[in-house]
Design a binder for this molecule. Structure first.
Ligand SMILES: CC(C)(COP(=O)(O)OP(=O)(O)OC[C@H]1O[C@@H](n2cnc3c(N)ncnc32)[C@H](O)[C@@H]1OP(=O)(O)O)[C@@H](O)C(=O)NCCC(=O)NCCS
Length: 145
């Protein structure tokens, strides 16, 4: 039985494993949890029987006009069951008042996001893989606690 929540206080590190499939250097569970807690909005799908998060999405935003969705992932064993769609529906709820909601993805996924009304546009990014090593710190370099 899958349930959804945006109350990340319900989530602990032990519920976050198996994500970032294929990443050479995945974030730690501590970093993952800090990202979910530090975001403007995060929604998780919880498998109640396993007490485990099986999907998540997070949004960062100025809270006024712009937002972006850095990460959306559903665990491999739970894909293709509409969980990603429900996470996107929930995270986008109420964002009609924003001018933009941006997301970077590989080209094959562009039709998936078109289902939510998202247009395909060119983009750019700057990445620092070394940031994924080490413990969870905030963007200002202070530990998350
Ligand atoms: C993309 C992802 C979040 C979708 O979640 P999900 O719960 O499996 O998706 P849903 O069940 O809501 O929808 C399934 C649809 O997505 C499509 N889809 C899933 N992954 C896809 C991919 N990599 N490329 C193209 N389409 C994809 C499926 O073909 C399916 O289409 P259908 O409805 O026509 O059969 C999930 O596959 C995932 O976590 N993938 C790995 C991480 C990732 O790529 N995240 C997105 C980063 S931008």
């Amino acid at each position: 039985m899958i349930r959804y929540t945006d109350d990340i206080a319900e989530v602990d590190e032990g519920m976050l494993h198996g994500f970032f499939v294929g990443w050479p250097q995945p974030p730690s569970a501590g970093q993952h949890l800090a990202v979910l807690r530090g975001s403007f909005r995060s929604v998780v799908a919880i498998d109640g029987t396993a007490a485990r998060v099986v999907g998540f999405v997070n949004m960062i935003s100025d809270g006024v006009l712009t937002a972006s969705i850095p990460w959306l992932e559903v665990l491999p064993g739970h894909q293709g069951k509409g969980i990603g769609t429900e996470l996107m529906r929930r995270v986008l709820e109420g964002t009609e008042s924003f001018y933009s909601v941006d997301l970077l993805c590989d080209a094959p996924l562009q039709p998936y996001y078109a289902r939510f009304g998202m247009a395909s546009v060119p983009g750019a990014t700057l990445r620092h893989p070394a940031a994924l090593r080490g413990r969870a710190v905030r963007g200002d370099g202070r530990p998350t606690g």
